[in-house]
Ligand binder design. Sequence first.
Ligand code: IVH
Length: 683
Amino acid sequence: MAGDPDSGRAGARVEELRSLIRYHDERYHALDDPEIPDAEYDALLVELRHLEAEHPHLVTPDSPTQRVGAAGRATFAEVEHRVRMFSLDNAFDLDELTAWSERVLRRLGTGDEEAAPAPNWACELKFDGLAVSLRYEEGRLVQAATRGDGRVGEDVTANVRTIDDVPERLDGAPPVLEVRGEVYLGLAAFASLNAAQEAAGEKTYVNPRNTAAGSLRQKDAAVTATRDLSFWAYQVGEVVGGPDLASHLDTLAWLDGLDLPVNDRSARFDDFAAVLDHVQAVEAARHDLDYEIDGVVVKVDDLALQADLGFTARAPRWAVAYKLPPEERTTTLLDIEVSIGPGGQATPFARLEPVFVGGSTVTAATLHNADQVAAKDVRPGDTVVVRKAGDVIPEVLRPVLADRPDDRPPWAFPTECPECGAGLVRGEGEAATFCPNHACPRQVRGRIEHFASRGAMDIEGFGEQRVDLFVAEGLLADVADVFSLDYDRIATFEGFGEVSVANLGAAVDEARSQPLGRLLFGLRIPHVGTTVADLVARSFGDLDGLLAATVEDLEAVEGLGPVIAASVHDWLREERNRDLLERLRTAGLHLEAADAAGDDVPQVLEGMAVVVTGTLAGMGRDDARAAITARGGTSPGSVSKKTTALVAGENAGSKLAKAEELGIPVLDEAAFEVLLATGQLPG
Ligand code: IVH
């Protein structure tokens, strides 16, 4: 019903999805410059289709679900297709593929009392290029057109004539023959094109599909001619006077006989289980091909049955595109390097020969730690298999051992920090390797960036770039230096006007009055997050109270275990840290816990455990946790039976599900504010 709130929400999302899809259509079809991977685009369409199926009154004739593809820019003459060029529906996994076959069988009445015979299935590769229709009259190529919106495409005849694979004449062809197929750029042609671009100092192309599309739609056919495009035929359009053909694969064989390029990896099966095996075999072998594919097209082979099944508004019912899951590609592991994190952690990562995988070009991927490198046994120079984990983060999966010469040595973790040259260390039984040099420039920058960050001392205008600059200029060597900056020198730096220098000074001054909890968090004491920092600060009241605490005193603080207590105690015992704290004291820092500092907050959450999850509109999650602990509560990182309440912001995930399962009260931001003010849960 149009009036119900659910439908209203769906309506808004449907509108949003349509404009997103139109935008990406334009980028893909008209600009040849897609912004998101195909899988993400497909997901938008799938969501829209689901919503429209649930709310049929929202379907409009101009919805992207009701048409085949976006009409491209009309820079070429229009060609009206005599037989419409349909697109294909997708199946994203074997279940969806099986469900499609079951729909086909139901429609054909297979399995009824008077059972129709089960159809044969034709499987072809789904080539990743762009669809064109070639029109031959009396055996001569007279026109080539892109798909466009399925009814009207663009005349790209001159450009298509430059493709070697496309015959100018066909011997033995009927008076009219329209051949549909895919124009694509083979991987070798793509690589040599990019090599030429590089040699000429020009920008390289991102992927073969877009390059093929761009090449075909050149104004000047002479440019297309330099691109080494190829073509596979996979379907016929209008045919006048052709032979009587009974099946799709017979049609392909006939086209092959006419000397059209027909891929030889198609197969016919009478049993759908064999189709499922076949698509998996194709998936495993996708890299044996020297062109890109993005799936397998499964078609009902019998042309009479195809006619019975017919079409939906967008696609044939007799065919489906099984989309291959996240892509894995091979490339060369150029080297393994180690990057140093802000805490000194040494993380190995792979430098890769650029490879296009899962929608973007990947040049580096993390290898996590020394054990992971050893377990994968990847070695510089290896051919390696790369994948996008969760389609976002590139990952090196394994080496291709067949390509490895016998004498390639295993990689050894460097012994020295690449930033400062200090000897790297790895603790007994620990996965991580560290640079132990406290003065390592990477660590100095990391400590100061953290110190100034929002969750810690919250110094405005003290971002990464400025920290890097000040460290490089020798103005900062540790966090205490933040309070004795040489503003006269800063005023001489590019980009620092009078106002920005004054603002920076004011922000630093303001930070002096931050409570002890924020300072402790800002010091990057191992195992001390915001919650622990607040607990410690409130338990001991001020810095001197804390400095006098024994490890037992620390352990006695509720919420601190022996590991954290020892970590805090050890840190405070280190001479270097003592000196730092004294310098901070001299710099005029407040060094008292929030409630002892005068802004007394009533301890209304005493004994309560309030978990925060999701994104809150009004405050950051760290601030929310700090507000809870400042009122005497705790804010654990996970939901358990002991949790008093869960504060759930936007996009709350598994914690929300867990709280609901355990029957724990879930608060929105308004209820959270009430809780902070009064200690009362709603209801
Ligand atoms: S048949 C009426 N077969 O995939 C059926 N299409 O997502 C028309 N494609 O527009 C398509 N390989 O550009 C068919 N072996 C193949 C294909 C194939 C690639 C493309 C084609 C089509 C798109 C649909």
